[in-house]
Design a protein around this ligand. Sequence first.
Ligand code: PEP
Ligand code: MG
Length: 581
Amino acid sequence: MSIQVFGVPVSRGVAIGRAVLVASSRVDVAHYFVAPQDLGSEVQRLKAARDAVAEELSSLQRELPEDAPAELSALLDVHLMLLHDDALAGATKDWILERHYNAEWALSAQLEVLARQFDEMEDAYLRERKADLEQVVERLLKALASSSDAAHTDVAVPRDSAGEDPLVLVASDIAPADMLQFKSSIFTGFITDVGGRTSHTAIVARSLDIPAVVGAREASRIIRQDDWVVIDGDAGVAVVNPSAIVLEEYRFRQRQSDLERARLDRLRHTPAVTLDGHCVELLANIELPGDAHGALAAGAVGVGLFRSEFLFMNRDGDLPGEEEQFRAYLAAVTAMQGLPVTIRTVDIGADKPLDQMSAQELRHEHTLNPALGLRAIRWSLSEADMFHQQLRAILRASAFGKVRILIPMVAHLTEIRACALAIKRARAELDRMGLAYGMAEVGAMIEVPAAAIGIDMILRHFDFVSLGTNDLIQYTLAIDRADEAVAHLYDAWHPSVLNLVDRTISRANAAGRYVSVCGEMAGDPAFTEVLLAMGLRSFSMHPAQIATIKQKILRTDTTRWVRRLPDILSAEDPQAQAFPA
Ligand code: PEP
Ligand code: MG
């Protein structure tokens, strides 16, 4: 029977494929297809892992001290029984032989199937055996890791090499850093239970340019492994096991949207100029240096936001040093071929923890509300050594191209002074070491209401500003951007938000300072005319959005919208005022 699951639309288009359910903790398990001639050896690899775990469990049992509680031995018996049970062993083998999944993927796929059966059991004792099953699978995954082919340690397998049904990813939650792994992966769409439209997971999803829905609450419970799923990234809905008629309708829409994209693609190298002759700069937001090539190909005239924190995530505390960072920034600068690259200093914290460990700490121990806690520049200033290394690396890269430094979440004069001092020191250190550096401009992100209200003070201290509307909305409306429960209140059209954006742009223009918007608002065509009317001439967004926004700009007469702007800004419902029904 066909079921609909509703969520928050984050990335446009329609994906149709078979569901791959992945537990949030196992998103990093390798997913790839095994070539038909290698299926036998993949089954052997699974069997070898099973034999190794059986030996491990038996030796644990043999070595139990005499006085060990009887339950311990019984528990190991249960684990051995689960290990050999056909529901795990046999069915995992079937995923390999029938669907050509690699052993780790087959195992985690089958674990999801069985975990659900355990969840549905009436008997509490049996229900609790799910944890035992998970432990057994963990041991198997560890054993497989030691035999894994180095060429297949991540999920980055080209989609078209699969030669199988298309696949869509279904997970309760995916951390932003894990989401990065899915760049050029085998998945053609995905859906998660949690998240809001501008959560960092959603932002990375959008940069992958595949249809996606987040905040679908029950999705990972309702959708079953291998179900056929349509993901409608425009409407924010997933249809599970659609009827033939519904499927045909979605296939039609898929073809239409492919045609539309091909048409927009032709605008790639057309300059973005409004009908009344204003030139507009369209820049790219990137997460990793490798994204710069895509930015250039999409027609970006620079990088408006390089979220450098993605270089710092999922490294188990082993943060990148100055040399590693320098090479990463240099790669982005070189790839952009002389175009400007704006590198934001790390914005760790809130929904972007450094790794799983600190995510748990943030949730359970130290921080009551991570979005209001030690995040972004606050964290950098508390980690002086790390901050200096990053500043030196950016300054060194700026000797090779036009680099701008962008400081996230600035609000206080003390922070501004501390940043200026840190940059001065970093330059002095480079002088001492005899290392070359450029004179990078330094800008502030305007993403805390205090910074937008106090913009005149900020403008006196920085060369440029960039509006982080994602956070500006979050902090102005007191809405956690990653919380789907309040996603309906996250409203970029709120009059207070629009007035803060307008204030920042007009004050920066009046002061003769460069201003851009690098939050998601810049890539949302609903806001293009209003932002142009406010005087914005620099928009930074995911490369996939550039052609859409360019088309909007080419069709806009700014003069007409400038006349309408005061009414829009003073309206109780600015959206209705801007676009009357
Ligand atoms: C923003 O807040 O709008 C922004 C661009 O930064 P991030 O989304 O990474 O917080
Ligand atoms: Mg931000």
